[in-house]
Write a protein that binds this ligand. Structure first.
Ligand SMILES: [Mg+2]
Length: 248
C-alpha cells in the first residue's frame, strides 16, 4: 500500500534535465564541431550550405542542418529524406575523430559538473536525465567520452525527437514518468542550460528553468532578461548549486 511518506517523496521528486553543450561540456576550441560536421554534410548533400557562418548555440541538430541547407535550396522534405543517413555518418565521424590522438580532448567537462551530478545522485529528491539538441547517439557518445554515462540511465529527449527544442520537455516527462511508474508534473522538471532556447523550452512546458553562464555565446548578463528561475555563473560551488536547486 502507498504510504504517506511515499506520496511526499513522489511530489518532492525533481528531475534535472541537463543540456550538454555549454552546460556539461564544451570543446576547447570555439566552432570545433564544424570540423566533423561540414565534411559529413558535404558527403551527404554535396554542400554544408551556410553552416560555416552560423551561430548554432541552443539549436537542435536538425534545426542546424535545415537552416544551413535552406540557403543552398534544399527543402525540409529533401533533408528529412536523408536524415537517417546523415545521422549515421555524423555519429561515425564523431566516433572516428574522437579516437584520433589529440593534443587536447574533443570535449572537456565544465567546472563542478561531475560533483553536482554526484551530489544529485546521492540525494533522494533528484534524478538526472538529458535534454539536448544533440541526436541521441551523439549525446550518448559525448557522455561516454567525458565519463558521465552512468549519471544518465533514465530516458531523456534529444535532437532526433524534434527540430523544435520546445517539444522536448513534454517527451522527457512522458518517458521518465513511464520509466519511474509515476505521473510527473511539469513543475517537477528542472531544465538546465546555457542559452535562451533552454529557458524558452522549459517555459513552454511549464517546467522550471535554470540558466548557467558557461556557454560560449551567452553569459549570466545575457540570460537574465529571459527570466530563468535560477541563474548560476557556473556549477563549481556544489553546495551553493544544490541549495539553489532545493529552492525549486
Ligand atoms: Mg547548450
Amino acid at each position: 500500500m502507498l504510504q504517506i511518506t511515499d506520496f511526499f517523496l513522489m511530489t518532492d521528486l525533481r528531475i534535472l534535465l541537463w543540456d550538454i553543450d555549454g552546460t556539461l561540456v564544451r570543446s576547447p576550441r570555439a566552432g570545433a564541431f564544424r570540423d566533423y560536421t561540414i565534411p559529413v554534410m558535404e558527403s551527404v548533400f554535396g554542400t554544408a550550405g551556410r553552416l560555416a557562418e552560423m551561430s548554432v548555440s541552443g539549436m537542435t541538430d536538425w534545426q542546424i542542418v535545415l537552416e544551413a541547407l535552406a540557403s543552398a535550396g534544399f527543402t525540409p522534405e529533401q533533408v528529412r529524406g536523408r536524415v537517417r543517413e546523415l545521422r549515421e555518418r555524423y555519429v561515425a565521424e564523431l566516433e572516428r575523430v574522437s579516437a584520433l590522438p589529440h593534443e587536447e580532448p574533443l570535449f572537456q567537462l565544465l567546472p563542478g559538473v561531475r560533483e553536482v551530478l554526484e551530489a544529485a545522485e546521492a540525494h533522494p529528491r533528484y534524478r538526472s536525465a538529458l535534454l539536448t539538441g544533440n541526436v541521441e547517439p551523439a549525446a550518448r557518445l559525448k557522455m561516454r567520452l567525458v565519463g558521465l554515462s552512468d549519471f544518465f540511465r533514465l530516458p531523456g529527449a534529444f535532437g532526433d525527437d524534434s527540430h523544435d527544442r520546445r517539444d522536448l520537455p513534454a517527451l522527457a516527462r512522458r518517458r521518465i514518468s513511464r520509466r519511474l511508474g509515476i505521473e510527473l508534473l511539469p513543475t517537477q522538471l528542472i531544465v538546465i542550460g546555457d542559452t535562451p532556447n533552454d529557458i524558452a523550452c522549459a517555459r513552454h512546458f511549464g517546467a522550471r528553468a535554470v540558466g548557467v553562464g558557461t556557454g560560449r555565446v551567452n553569459s549570466v548578463e545575457t540570460l537574465r532578461p529571459h527570466n530563468p528561475d535560477l541563474l548560476l555563473p557556473d556549477l563549481s560551488d556544489t553546495e551553493a548549486v544544490m541549495r539553489a536547486f532545493d529552492s525549486l
